[in-house]
Write a protein that binds this ligand. Sequence first.
Ligand code: SF4
Ligand code: MG
Length: 314
Amino acid sequence: KGLKKYFPITAGLFNKQIGQVKAVDDLSFVVYRGETLGIVGESGCGKSTTGRMLMRLIEPTEGSILFEKEEVTKLSPQQLRKVRRDMQMIFQDPFASLNPRHTVEKILEEPLIVHGIGSKEERRKKVREMLEVVGLSSYHAKRYPHQFSGGQRQRIGIARALMTKPKLIIADEPVSALDVSIQAQVLNLLEDLQKEFGLTYIFIAHDLGVVRHISDRVGVMYLGRMVELASSEELYRHPKHPYTKALLEAVPIPDPEYKKEKQLLTGDLPSPSNPPTGCAFHTRCQACMDICKTTKPEWKEVGNGHYVACHLYT
Ligand code: SF4
Ligand code: MG
């Protein structure tokens, strides 16, 4: 609730602060147990920063993060460790997040050691079981990350995230680095695992195509704010925000009921260190009105759980 992350911009010998980047600027949303919430936006919109803040891998500048009933922003390092058993993250580049000098066994065992779970024997057994669960095999345990393909490495990343039996998984572009043919396999695996373990997902992606099938609801971010949020069905069939419409232009939608209005994304993403006044999207919006240049549109519900921040709907 009200999440903000401002990064200082410094310059000169004494690192004098000359400005700030509002990477996330007043973000509020809810994730329901068992659902998949997709969060979509161009790079630099603050979606990864949001994911990392929820885990407190980076500290929010302001705002509140409630996980079940715990205020995550106020936890001591010890309490945080307990909560992190329940919240795990999957990263875009599994290769960068897997220690190249460790065997898969050691990589998967580590979260159990950190959280003091099981004896060595029990841990090793769990590792072998988990490898099977993610579609690898227990004979992979003694191998090193470089001996696997990209898709297999992401399976290892997923296995590692599941080792502590988490409730919430924050997946930051988990399939963006994979070939299209492999993407579907990993997405299917994530869906199967969700059913099997009753997981809740926050699924971060840069295009609306990837999250369509996996998400129950989708939120669209632009320059540190959420501009639209709705159920997947509603968002893809009846998008309201001009930015969402423009993003959908870039996605092939095999849906005869959805009539595309031409809404192309023009111009570059403005710098987050100097965002446009009023509606941050106004420099690229074909529907821009005078009020858009001066006044921030409010976040408003326009129907059954469908939220949008745009002056066209006020
Ligand atoms: Fe476009 Fe104005 Fe809506 Fe912003 S508020 S998206 S500029 S119409
Ligand atoms: Mg990112």
